[in-house]
Design a protein around this ligand. Structure first.
Ligand SMILES: Nc1ncnc2c1ncn2[C@@H]1O[C@H](COP(=O)(O)OP(=O)(O)O)[C@@H](O)[C@H]1O
Ligand SMILES: [Mg+2]
Length: 300
């Protein structure tokens, strides 16, 4: 990373280069990439608007990581163009790398260092002033202040992923790319990472998030793009995407808690197995049947 010290309104303000243009945070046009005979990207077009969260949704093997690697200059595209923060990934790789931070599927924290030392290390590598202050601010932001003095190896998977996210924010990169940030995490840890990503978005960072979890895209993204067969099949807001299918019949059913609801309720700190429900409550909750159906107007 080439980051020069910059005048800093906040402790973590760093040296991301000015944008080359006022266009989108990420712009991809006609991008192709093959591995031998395997054509993985076959003409991908994608924009991430500044200050927005775009979820790139795709099943395993769809090419999400390939695209992410091209954007972070770790891999060259065969054809097409891509820019990050206005800089071309092929010809301005240095500026692209200074504008973008990539958090992969596997946390890149050093287990032998404490949480705080991990953050300080990144700040030092980026030649930022006051690494200790930067570390403290980020620990607080990601609810890791108490754990900050412990070796990262003792952190839970969710805490490690949150620390990894915090490390990716050192220096205020203009664009944060998160490649499947919650894959492999338990539901509670996933919620913690979601909160951290929402926090990022609220701070105005442009985020490109890849995921296989539909709910993750629904919860976090301003726009959702679906990568399939080497191309972006659709790209729009959740409302635009759901409007693509005609919901002719809306069924009202009694909602049963999902397994995730049950798991989270039982494992939340300080809570055990809920007390036996009263007879009236349990009678009311024994059925889960369709009680009413209706036609929705205006087929699409
Ligand atoms: N270095 C590589 N060499 C050959 N094939 C690869 C390489 N990297 C990825 N692939 C293949 O390209 C396809 C897309 O992979 P990837 O971009 O990792 O998908 P995703 O991240 O969406 O799961 C997969 O079929 C994968 O096996
Ligand atoms: Mg991947």
């Amino acid at each position: 990373m080439s980051a020069e010290p910059a005048p800093a309104p906040t402790p973590t303000r760093a040296a991301a280069p000015a944008a080359a243009s006022s266009g989108p945070a990420v712009r991809v046009r006609g991008l192709t990439k093959s591995y031998g005979d395997l054509a993985v990207l076959r003409g991908v077009d994608l924009d991430v608007a500044r200050g927005s969260v775009l979820a790139l949704l795709g099943s395993n093997g769809a090419g999400k990581t390939t695209l992410v690697k091209i954007l972070s200059t770790l891999l060259r595209a065969d054809s097409g163009t891509a820019s990050v923060n206005g800089f071309d990934v092929a010809t301005q790789a240095r500026d692209v790398r200074a504008s973008l931070s990539l958090t992969g599927q596997f946390a890149a924290v050093d287990g032998l260092l404490t949480g705080r030392e991990n953050l300080e290390l990144v700040a030092r590598l980026r030649h930022l002033p006051r690494p200790g202050a930067i570390a403290d601010e980020l620990l607080a932001r990601f609810s890791l202040t108490e754990a900050g003095g412990r070796r990262a190896a003792t952190f839970s998977g969710g805490m490690q992923r949150r620390l990894d996210l915090a490390m990716s924010l050192v220096g205020h990169p203009a664009v944060v790319v998160l490649d499947e940030p919650t894959t492999g995490l338990d539901p509670e840890a996933r919620l913690g990472v979601w909160a951290a990503v929402a926090e990022l978005a609220a701070g105005g960072t442009s985020v490109l998030l890849t995921t296989q979890h539909l709910e993750e895209a629904e919860r976090l993204a301003d726009r959702i793009a679906i990568l399939h067969g080497g191309r972006i099949l659709v790209d729009g807001t959740l409302a635009e995407l759901t409007a693509l299918l005609p919901p002719a019949r809306v069924e009202y059913v009694e909602k049963r808690p999902s397994l995730e609801d049950v798991f989270l309720a039982l494992t939340a700190s300080g809570r055990g197995v809920p007390a036996e429900p009263s007879t009236a409550t349990s009678a009311a909750s024994t059925t889960s049947t369709t009680t009413r159906t209706t036609e929705r107007e205006g087929d699409l």
